[in-house]
Design a protein around this ligand. Sequence first.
Ligand SMILES: [Zn+2]
Length: 284
Amino acid sequence: MDQNGLLEGGLRVLALDIGGSRTKWAVFQGGEMVESGAFPTPRDPDALLRSVRGKEAHRIAVAFAGFAHEGTVAFSPNLPEYQGVRLADLISRETGARVILENDANCFVLGEALRGAGRGAICVLGLTLGTGIGGGLVIDGRLYRGAGFALEPGHTIVDPDGPPCACGSRGCLESLIGERAFCARFGYPSARKAAEAKDEKAWDFYGHWLGIALANFINILDPDAVVLGGGVAGAIGLFWSSMMAAVESGTVKWKMRKTRLVRSELGEHAALWGGYILAANPGH
Ligand SMILES: [Zn+2]
């Protein structure tokens, strides 16, 4: 298909959501998701490049599990093979498309803010609950990036005497309720197993520490929506009451606030939607 053929159906965007174990993809055309799928994330970046070779799209959005800086993967604890790889340029070379690279949690919250559970809100804070605890902030429809590396909620210190964290600090939210740390503490192979066991003690612990962190974020940002996503958000019914108890006791003037806490609506597709929005409207 030539460029004219491509344009017949409007802007065609390929979005990739490259995670530690799985890569999800979707094709957007005319503002709608028309195709989607997933494959195991290749450990070798060259294999990933081969998988996109010749793909037809005007623009490609890459949501990546790690820090992304000016088209390069700056840091990725879960995919160290990609560290330092100029992924945007390399994918552009394979496809001829214009490529943007963005942190996956940023894409998640942008998708939820504009197309999902945060629709209509002015300030949307999003948290992804998984192996890591990622996050992003959208204000007036735009991602807030700070000076470049804003929003690392997983590494806010909630217990200075807590366990050591992979980042070198101690008592970070992630060192307590990152999926690996949480499962190791309570003896489960995965959070899904802990959910199946309906282990009240474990989930009260999870909700308590998450709620303390959320109270801190709400005190600072006063978001109108907080969207919780990621695999562990599937257990929200098990940690909701302990989370809300900590949010209500830790947030100043909780009852006067308009903040609503909601679960992701777009689920697995949230970061793909966010990537699409970024690629289609580079101003976001
Ligand atoms: Zn940390």
